[in-house]
Ligand binder design. Sequence first.
Ligand SMILES: N[C@@H](CCC(=O)N[C@@H](CS)C(=O)NCC(=O)O)C(=O)O
Length: 386
Amino acid sequence: MSGAGRADVYLYGAPASLYTAKVRAFLRARGVPFEERFPSHPDYRARVRPAVESHRIPAVEFPDGLILQDSAVILDELERRYPDPSAAAMGPRQILLTRLMEVVGDRGLAKPAMHFRWNFLPVNEGFVVGEFGRSLGFPAPAEEIERLGQRIASKMASYLPMLGITERTIPVIERAYGESLSLLNTHFSAHPYLLGGAPSRGDYALMGPLYGHLGRDPYPLQLMQRTAPLVFRWTERINGGERATPEFSNRPRELLADDAAPPTLVAWLRHLFAGFSDDLVLSAERMNAWFDANPDAPPGSWVSAEGADQPALGEIVVNYHGVATPQQALGHTLWLLQRPLDWVEGLSGAARVVAEDLMREIGAGALLNIRLRRRLTRMRGRLAVA
Ligand SMILES: N[C@@H](CCC(=O)N[C@@H](CS)C(=O)NCC(=O)O)C(=O)O
C-alpha cells in the first residue's frame, strides 16, 4: 500500500492523450488515489521510459515499483489490484462485449477522433497545441510551449492519411460519427453506463476516443454537447466518479442482470462495426501475409524491422460505411482482438452459441473467421510473434 503522502498509482500521461484517458477513466470511476504526471516529469525520463523501453504514454508506476506501458496491460494490472465486484456477475455476452469495446476503443473511432482534432484547427489549434506543449514543457514561457506543441502537432497531423482520413472520406467520417453519437445518446437515455448501472472496462476503453479527443477538444466537445448531451454526461459521470447520478437516481450500481446485452448498445456496435469490421479482417490478412513471408521468425521476435509497438503492415482498402477507404493495416489492434476471439473460442455449448450469435448481431460475424497463423504478443513493449 502507499506510504505517507504517496499516491497509490502514478499515471504518466497527458490530458489530451487518447490512451491516457482510458486509464484515467478507470482510476477516476473506481476512486483509486492517483497522481497524474506529465512526460516532462524528471521521473519519467529517469525511471519510467528506461523501464518500459518506450516513449509512449500512458505509463503507470505502482507503489511496489512495477512500471507498465500500454493501456490494456495497465488495465489488466489495475483490475487485478482493484477487483470490481460487479464484474464477477458478467456472463459470456457481457465479457465478450467489454473485450470487443476495448478493440473499438483502440482504433474503431480513430477516424473521427483524429479528424475532429486536426481538421478543425481554426477552432482547436490554440487549445490542442497548448495542451501538447504544456505536457512537455509546463511551466515554460508561452513561446516555448507553443514551439513544443507545434512540433508534436505537425507529426500527428501527418498520420491522417494513414488512418484513411482524406478529402474523399471526410464526408462519410462526419456522417458516420453523427449517427454514432445519436445511437449512443439513445443508449444513455436508458442506461448510465454501457452495460447498465455500473461502469465496466468497455466504458473505460471508450473514454479514450470519446473523452480524450471527442469529449474535450473544442470543436468535437461542442458537437457532442449540442447533439448528444447524454454522451457528454456519461463522460462527466465517469470523470467525476459519480456514485449516484441524477438522471438515474434509483438505479442500483450494477451491470444489467442475466448477462443481458442492452439492445441500444447492440444497435450502436452494429453501426460501428459497419465501419470497422473490414479494418480487422483485412489487417489480419496482412498479418498472415507477414507470417508467411517470415516463416522463421523465432518466438519473441518483433513484427517489424524497426521494432515498432504499432507497426503499419501495409496499405489496405477497407469498406468504411460503404466507402472504399485506403489506409494502413492495423497491427497492435490485432493483438487486442485476440482477447474477444480467444474468449469465444474458449466457450462451449450454449455459451458459445450466445456469444457467436451476439457477434453476428452486432455485425462482427466476419471476425469469427479470423485465424492468425501465429499468436501475437508484446515483447519489450513492441508487437511480437509469440
Ligand atoms: N497501445 C498504446 C498506445 C499509446 C499511444 O499511442 N500513446 C500516444 C499518446 S495518446 C503517444 O504516446 N504518442 C507519442 C508518439 O507517438 O510519439 C496504449 O494503449 O497505451
